[in-house]
Design a protein around this ligand. Structure first.
Ligand code: SAM
Length: 509
């Protein structure tokens, strides 16, 4: 959450440092944000309820300046929704009082009068106070003023009212979630002398910390984004809030996934039996949907087979076929017949505008994404309200027979590991504005020989790509051992290979 007189753009430079390990929801508070209806939030409880309405079920609340005070309020009043609080350049009592450091009361009153009289001029003056102390004030001012701020005077005055009256000094010790207070040593609005004052209030709490950013002005998210992101990460790790992600250890090298599918582009269709069956089922599930999409995205489109099928179903729609493998996209574009924009990109970082897609179709591609929060956040962003993503993916039981046969030989990872459906559900629950339903279904393929299965995986480009697979070539004797171990599965002359297929529907509310 941003501070008074700003909007969410103030966090933009820090995002590149935060997004690799955190899923971020940026909130626009009333006052200077064109997207927030003025007059909607008259009281502080109304504003806090509004914030919770558009936040994930549980989150770390990071607020800068007034946003920091709001984060503390949320932790006090709705602790079950708050896993930790980070208040950046934020004063628990903004206006100085007794020996509590803060803005001089007369200066505050005078500023209040200026906002009443001419909010645009007052904002400009406030900006110069925010950058005071920075080693690059002009650059920061330009950054700050690059984004249109439409001051809504009533909301700005309401914000000043909250700054004037919120007194959290006594409540800090009652905050249950872990709390971090970040101050900046060149801050002209929230004095760094607060450090001692805050420490004296939270001293007994093991889960509370105060830290000081060197060389930063009040505008720390713009002035010191890297150091700030690092301080937040360290605190969350130390307080046990950053959850360990065991599946990351089996994560895939995306470059390798892309290269492997690129190499397989020309041969893929010749062996994609399972992929056809699964994709056709997914396609037919669309019959229940009455919508007429204007824009359809085939995510992980591979050779573009299902783009053509989708175009038969929705001939009027605009199509985007997107895949991480350049070779696949080149092949799909080359086969012609579909009026489609072809893009090489990662499903976890879509180069598409917000709210630009009505229907996302994705068959057997999303199992290669190992950061489902990023994926679902991207889907939530690009889908229009009422839009939908239908997808199939693979679960961890995929190729369980092959995995068991290898386990009889050694302890290396020979088979791709995919995330369980429960992780997808958990990730989707953390994203605001979507709902998702999954169902799993086992598809059993049959092979005369294990080598046929291995050849097929290679021809598809889907052989083992886990980072933790054994380095170097598998020895001939290990391979023989695996082939032999697989034979226990033979029944009625054939060897089974199970695919744990997940069918999902994600709707944007
Ligand atoms: C098994 S193929 C499925 C292709 C097509 N959907 C079909 O059903 O025939 C998986 C495709 O997902 C693509 N893919 C893998 N990871 C991806 C990612 N992170 N973003 C976009 N595409 C990805 C691969 O390059 C590959 O073309």
């Amino acid at each position: 959450m941003h501070g008074w007189g700003c909007n969410r753009e103030v966090w933009r430079p820090a995002l590149a440092r935060l997004r690799p390990w955190a899923n971020i929801t940026l909130l626009d508070l009333p006052g200077c944000s064109p997207d927030v209806e003025s007059g909607e939030y008259r009281t502080l409880p109304e504003l806090l309820a509004g914030i919770l309405d558009c936040s994930p079920a549980k989150a770390v609340y990071v607020g800068w300046s007034l946003g920091g005070q709001l984060a503390v309020e949320l932790a006090l009043h709705s602790p079950s929704r708050v896993s930790a609080v980070v208040a950046v350049c934020s004063n628990p009592l903004f206006v100085a009082h007794g020996d509590w450091p803060g803005m001089d009361a007369d200066v505050f009153q005078q500023f209040h009068a200026e906002v009443e009289e001419d909010p645009i001029a007052a904002l400009k003056r406030f900006d110069t106070l925010q950058v005071a102390g920075s080693s690059r004030p002009r650059q920061l001012l330009r950054q700050l003023q690059k984004h249109a701020r439409e001051p809504a005077s009533a909301q700005l005055l309401a914000g000043l009212g909250w700054l004037a009256t919120m007194d959290q000094r006594a409540s800090l010790a009652k905050v249950q979630p872990p709390q971090l207070h970040v101050l900046a040593d060149a801050d002209a609005l929230v004095p760094s002398a607060l450090r001692q004052a805050i420490v004296s209030r939270i001293g007994a709490l093991a889960s509370a910390q105060v830290t000081l950013l060197p060389g930063s002005s009040h505008l720390a998210p713009l002035d010191a984004p890297a150091v700030l992101a690092q301080a937040i990460r360290q605190f969350l790790a130390a307080s046990g809030t950053l959850r360990p992600r065991p599946h990351i250890t089996v994560a895939l090298e995306k470059k390798e996934v892309a290269a492997s599918f690129s190499r397989a582009a020309a041969s893929y269709d010749s062996v994609a039996r399972l992929q056809r069956d699964v994709g056709e089922q997914l396609l037919s599930s669309l019959s229940q949907w009455q919508g007429e999409p204007a824009t359809v995205l085939d995510l992980g489109c591979g050779t573009g087979f299902f783009c053509s099928e989708l175009q038969i179903r929705y001939p009027q729609a605009q199509y985007v076929g997107l895949d991480i493998a350049q070779g696949m996209v080149k092949y799909a574009r080359g086969r012609g017949g579909v009026n489609c924009d072809w893009l090489v990109a990662d499903a976890e970082a879509l180069p598409l505008a917000a709210e630009s897609v009505d229907l996302v179709f994705s068959s057997l591609a999303l199992q290669w994404c190992y950061r489902p929060e990023h994926l679902f956040a991207e889907l939530a962003r690009v889908l229009r309200a009422g839009g939908m993503c239908v997808f199939t993916s693979l679960g961890p039981n995929t190729l369980c027979e092959l995995r068991s046969a290898w386990a009889a030989v050694d302890s290396h990872q020979h088979v791709n590991s995919f995330l369980p459906a429960s992780e997808l559900v958990e990730a989707a629950e953390r994203i605001y504005g979507i709902e998702m339903h999954l169902k799993s279904s086992a598809f059993c393929m049959q092979y005369a020989r294990v080598r046929d299965l291995l050849d097929e995986l290679k021809t598809l480009g889907a052989h083992n790509m886990n980072r933790s697979r054994s380095a170097g070539l598998t020895s001939r004797s290990a391979l023989q051992g695996m082939l032999q171990a697989y034979e226990v599965e033979r029944s009625e002359g054939v060897l089974p290979a199970t695919y744990d297929v997940i069918f999902g529907v994600l709707k944007k509310k």
